[in-house]
Design a protein around this ligand. Sequence first.
Ligand code: ADP
Length: 294
Amino acid sequence: MKTFTAIAGHIHTATGQPFVALSTCRIIGGDINAAFCLEGFAAPYFVKLNRADLLPMFQAEFAGLQAIAATDTVRVPRAVLSGTANGQAYLVLEHIVFGQAKRQSWHTLGRQLADLHRQPQAYFGWQRDNTIGSTPQPNAASADWLAFWRDQRLAYQLQLAASNGYRGNLQRLGERLCANMGVFFAGYRLLPSLLHGDLWGGNVAFDQQGTPVIFDPACYYGDREADLAMTSLFGGFAAEFYAAYQEHWPLDEGYAVRKILYNLYHILNHLNLFGGHYLSQAENMIALLLAELA
Ligand code: ADP
């Protein structure tokens, strides 16, 4: 409770609203951090804790939530503060009581995500590096999306894979793909959009009114298709979501192939985090893409 008492003091200072920690409850569901509901006499807060040296990860999540909130398009938990207390790093957000999707909820999310993506951005990359899962994610600014995706996404993960012992076939296939991936973008008009960056089903919920909420982002400016592609990994979103997105900002026909290129990044990341069958999945995805070149 010592940590939460200290965090409550920081909340008081940051918000100017008196807040005393009365109790906490553990929230399950996250992959990386310990998550809690922190209750006092005022509205509760959602708190994530991790090792003190991981504070930059929470600072980057904080910045991402603020960036999405500033677009006024899709609901994210309000970012309250991040810092360290009692030797631990913390992130404090508005606590949201989640409910069920209502009839229009997925449709609304599709429209809102298209609205988020539509806001013009100046470059590919972001104001800071962040993490994807617990893996570092570099975001150095670039005017060249292809170079960005090749060097800061695929080649970065491939190099990590090599240092994790995945050499040989994966690396040979990966090199060929990186050298030739420009083909998949012929005739496609690329625009930088603010991306959630980690938009799988586990990072989407609905509040008690059925309003969509997205959380746990890994933001950067990139091709909107990268966000859309990830929604189809690990379960997929409801059909109404895709219909609404298409209605508001139709996708280019080359998306079907680029989707594999974009999801390869997350599969390589899963290989680096968890190993196992992600190796053959990554190799199969690269082989599929290389077959498109023939
Ligand atoms: P991690 O960074 O460990 O992956 P998440 O950000 O995904 O953690 O949060 C863990 C779980 O906490 C989520 O699956 C979700 O159910 C719940 N959650 C996330 N944000 C909030 C919030 N602002 N209010 C209430 N519950 C939340």
